[in-house]
Design a protein around this ligand. Structure first.
Ligand code: CA
Length: 232
């Protein structure tokens, strides 16, 4: 998942970028409201973490313009302690959630994952396709019920594919989920990660549509077994 962080405090910005990065998010950090709007216009981010007190354009202005233009991506607002009026204004302007500074990075990541889950219309927390099941909150991957170790980028790739089963994702779309602006994109990285995932999760799990991209099948073995059970 790729997140835009708009925060002008260098300490908070650096720690949030680092913390969410450790948690497997690709994070792009901007330090003023105008830069946030330009970045949002690219349309590559899955969510926005927004400080309200930003230079050039305030967080509320950024949020208001987003919602006015029909951009419904999840927004998590960062507010100062005791700034109740800010929180209310943020929620009124269309924020989905907020955390109060100073906040725990694990809590921020958990709230962000919850917003992204809700945004994708998923009620449960698990994503599954075939014999593979992943849990975005714990970052666990299971193949036929057994835990499998994957790298943070392999997880990000799996999450991108499993969030949209049955949909072919292009190399550019997958790279967008794996890398922030500041990360060098290694050539063939997507192929390398997919090769590694196929070794761990079965050769047929991720399908390649030549010249177009990659996809995983809709539906899981567990779901199929359950529906068969209903009919017997
Ligand atoms: Ca600020």
């Amino acid at each position: 998942m790729r997140v835009l962080l708009a925060e002008d405090d260098p300490m908070i910005g650096a720690s949030v970028r680092h913390g969410l990065g450790q948690d497997g998010f690709a994070v792009d950090w901007v330090e003023d409201g105008r830069a946030a709007e330009l970045a949002l216009a690219e349309g590559v981010h899955d969510a926005l973490v927004l400080d309200l007190g930003l230079p050039k354009r305030t967080g509320l202005e950024v949020l208001g313009a987003m919602r006015k233009s029909g951009d419904s991506r999840p927004v998590l607002v960062l507010t100062a302690r005791d700034a109740v009026a800010d929180r209310v204004a943020g929620l009124d302007a269309g924020a989905d959630d907020y955390v109060v500074k100073p906040f725990d990075l694990n809590e921020l990541a958990a709230r962000l994952r919850a917003l992204l889950r809700r945004g994708s219309g998923r009620a449960g927390r698990l994503l599954a396709s075939g014999d593979v099941e992943i849990d975005p909150s714990t970052r666990e991957v299971r193949f036929k019920g057994e835990l499998v170790a994957v790298s943070p980028r392999e997880f990000a790739l799996l999450e991108a594919l499993l969030t949209r089963p049955g949909v072919i994702l292009s190399r550019a779309q997958l790279e967008d989920k794996l890398y922030g602006w500041s990360d060098p994109v290694e050539s063939n990285a997507v192929e390398v990660h997919i090769h590694s995932l196929r070794k761990k999760l079965g050769a047929d799990f991720i399908r390649n549509v030549r010249g177009v991209g990659w996809m995983v099948a809709r539906g899981s073995a567990a779901a199929t077994a359950a529906s068969v059970g209903v009919h017997t």
